[in-house]
Design a protein around this ligand. Structure first.
Ligand code: SF4
Ligand code: SF4
Length: 227
């Protein structure tokens, strides 16, 4: 090692001092999450308030971590819970096991189960880690319920769906570029992402990458906009 080599190392350090900061003061300041981020699940409802879950157990069957427990029951004729014959009578997700792979979301035939952007939640008991149906079903405004041990911030509850069903049913060309998901309580029909339909980019759901979001802080030579 030459005598001047340490100084060369410090030269790199000093240059960085005058670069814009790209780090955030987490957890006080959280950066926006990507549109397809897999966080804590929600069970969605239709615009009329009915639950989308029909208790078919497909999500439980496909889950590689075996962490979903569902039991279906016949809808009471006088006060049906879902539009189908059956509804999810019991629904539990064990977050000590969940790996947020989203296979349950992909498998669900009614778009009942989707994921929010929340991942900042922790528990001190096994009971709290097993989320029940009452905790997972969205409230009367269609928003996820906030539990005491969850750190919700603005945006974590947004875009819980709208990206699935990107492919057309059975590959039919007639279905290409058309929205094929149902409306949701509190949100209506979620807009597709850019490229998923014939919507103009400015009308579609924004799906900027993290690099795009942080471009104002990143030097040009690393793909940002800072000169
Ligand atoms: S995200 Fe994956 S691991 Fe978690 S409940 Fe769904 S299928 Fe199971
Ligand atoms: S969440 Fe979907 S896949 Fe799971 S039981 Fe309900 S309807 Fe079936």
């Amino acid at each position: 090692m030459g005598v001047l080599d340490p100084l060369k190392g410090f030269k790199v350090t000093f240059k960085q001092i005058f670069e814009p900061r790209v780090t955030n003061s987490y957890p006080d300041q959280k950066r926006p999450k990507p549109a397809r981020f897999h966080g804590r699940h929600v069970l969605n409802r239709y615009e009329d308030g009915m639950e989308k879950c029909i208790g078919c157990e497909l999500c439980a069957g496909v889950c590689p971590a075996d962490c979903i427990y569902v039991r279906g029951a016949d809808n009471p004729p006088d006060s049906p819970v879902s539009p189908g014959e059956r509804y999810g009578f019991v629904y539990e997700i064990n977050y000590l096991r969940c790996i947020h792979c989203d296979m349950c979301v992909e498998a669900c035939p009614t778009e009942a189960i989707t994921e929010s952007k929340l991942f900042e939640f922790s528990f001190t008991s096994r009971e709290d880690a097993i989320y029940t149906k009452a905790e997972l079903v969205v409230d009367d405004d269609g928003q996820p319920r906030h539990l005491p041990w969850e750190d919700w911030r603005e945006g974590d509850e947004k875009l819980t769906s709208a990206w699935m069903r990107a492919t057309s049913p059975s590959g039919s060309a007639d279905a290409e570029g058309k929205v094929h998901w149902s409306a949701e309580l509190g949100h209506g029909t979620r807009k597709p992402e850019r490229g998923q339909s014939d919507l103009a980019p400015q009308d579609a759901t924004p799906e900027m990458s993290l690099r795009e979001r942080a471009a104002a802080k990143i030097p040009v030579r690393f793909g940002g906009r800072v000169r």
